[in-house]
Design a protein around this ligand. Structure first.
Ligand code: SAM
Length: 203
């Protein structure tokens, strides 16, 4: 996986490569699909949701480029794998999942593997106001517009990675907050994510 899907496609950050080498991805995958854990596609994690393709997780992490000690908000905990990668990199991870069954399972997996991540069950489009601002925000579901609370809760100098577009396909986008109402936007590549639901997402 690391050689063929991650390094060969241009991920260069040694810390991210180490995270993918060290973290046992199969632990985040339901038993029936464990033999597919290192394959080049997303997998079902139950409740109609998916764990993203390994390369997409690596790319989003590289675009976010979290530094040790930075406060990062993830919207869409899913299996907890992306949270584990961020925690491995030394970030202080706050993650929100709307499906309590997935949040509980992710919490168990992360605790068992020794990753300290704060998980909340709720609508991630509202962000996590009490813990804001965040130097990084990563949204792992697709949406047509950036939820305003996430823009507000991003620190000045911070960056956000978010799939923006329609329900069926999106463009992975990097947002940088230069000042209170001064944002930069860079389109990275096309992608396909499950929809972001909630107050500022799809209904
Ligand atoms: N990052 C995850 C991982 O490493 O396994 C994959 C996330 S999966 C592609 C997207 C997740 O976003 C799903 O688990 C879904 O339930 C969650 N989601 C969708 N809308 C949400 C919302 N408003 N708040 C929190 N989670 C949401």
């Amino acid at each position: 996986m690391v050689e063929e899907q991650i390094i060969a496609r241009g991920i260069k950050d040694e810390r991210i490569i180490s995270a993918f080498l060290e973290i046992p991805r199969e632990e985040f995958i339901p038993c029936e699909f464990r033999d597919l854990a290192y394959r080049d596609f997303p997998l079902s994690i139950g409740c109609g949701q998916t764990i993203s393709q390994p390369y997409m997780v690596a790319l989003m992490t590289e675009v976010l480029s979290p530094l040790p000690g930075e406060k990062i908000l993830e919207v869409g905990t899913g299996s907890g794998y992306q949270s584990a990668i961020l925690a491995y990199l030394g970030a202080k991870v706050f993650t929100i999942e709307r499906i309590s069954e997935l949040a509980k399972k992710a919490q168990e997996t992360l605790a068992r593997l020794g990753y300290y991540v704060r998980i909340r069950v709720g609508d991630g489009t509202l962000g996590w106001k009490e813990e804001a601002p965040f130097t990084g925000i990563i949204v792992t579901a697709g949406v047509d517009k950036i939820p305003p609370p996430l823009m507000e809760q991003l620190a000045i100098g911070g960056r956000m990675v978010i799939p923006l577009g329609g329900r069926l396909s999106q463009v992975l986008t990097k947002i940088e907050k230069f000042a209170e109402s001064n944002f930069g936007k860079e389109e990275i590549c096309s992608c396909i994510f499950v929809p972001l639901l909630g107050k500022y997402g799809y209904s």
